[in-house]
Design a protein around this ligand. Structure first.
Ligand SMILES: [Fe+2]
Length: 242
């Protein structure tokens, strides 16, 4: 099987609550390589009430990291991105190119707080779609409004949204409740992309994909697994709608 694409990761150093420095990033990337990950979109947090990394800062750090990978003979390709906490000025910030979309495409990884209500989520995503972006809902399995009624996820997909799930949610790293909800969403065919949402070089937030890949292969079959693990992500790099 070709190597996996991780579309949600906090491996970029010194920009959020993820990797603290270059050395930590390198250890995380070595772990990612062992997990058969070949492409990673780096998605540092962008939150309205905090000082966050600029687009230039993201590109600069990625160039340094990519160079370090080359020197260490680690074959992983890095791409710019961000995890955008939705707020009323997000569309404006995207249009002004103050924050990164996914690998320079129309896809925007958009996060909502777990307790956000459906009306707020729907309106926010509609706002992004009207401005020409293709929102990917970050770890949708963590949004209570979406988990409690899968029709809500379906409605957002019909509207033009895409769903990202964390590999660790599916495999039970974050408890039974999240595992159960994630597997239900996955079996309904409501997921487009996977991410590790890796934050650290140790503990349960290290980059992990292989266990999830095994589960997908066993429960959904190799074709569906391939789509989730690397094929669908091609649409992001090609800047085409899935
Ligand atoms: Fe994240």
């Amino acid at each position: 099987m070709p190597r996996y694409t991780d579309i949600h990761s906090h491996i970029l150093y010194g920009v959020d609550d993820g990797s603290k420095d270059m050395e930590c990033s390198l250890r995380m990337l070595k772990a990612a390589e062992k997990e058969n990950i070949g492409r990673i979109i780096l998605t540092p947090h962008q939150k309205p009430d905090r000082h966050c990394v600029s687009v230039e800062g993201t590109y600069k750090r990625i160039a340094v990291l990519q160079d370090t990978l080359r020197q260490n003979h680690i074959d992983i390709k890095l791409y710019p991105g961000s995890e955008l906490l939705y707020h009323s000025e997000l569309t404006e910030r995207l249009e002004a190119q103050k924050v990164c979309t996914m690998a320079g495409s129309h896809y925007a990884l958009t996060e909502f707080l777990p307790n956000e209500d459906m009306q707020y989520i729907r309106n926010g995503l509609y706002d992004l779609i009207c401005a020409g972006y293709w929102p990917i809902i970050a770890h949708a399995e963590r949004c209570h409004a979406l988990v409690k009624d899968l029709d809500n996820i379906d409605e957002l997909i019909q509207m033009g949204c895409y769903i990202q799930m964390n590999a660790g949610s599916l495999t039970g790293d974050w408890g039974f409740g999240l595992k159960h909800a994630s597997r239900k969403i996955m079996k309904e065919g409501l997921v487009h992309f996977l991410g590790t949402d890796a934050h650290s070089d140790k503990g349960k937030r290290v980059p992990k994909m292989e266990n999830c890949a095994k589960w997908l292969d066993k429960k959904l079959g190799s074709q569906a697994a391939a789509k989730l693990l690397y094929q669908n992500a091609e649409a992001i790099f090609a800047d085409e709608e899935l």
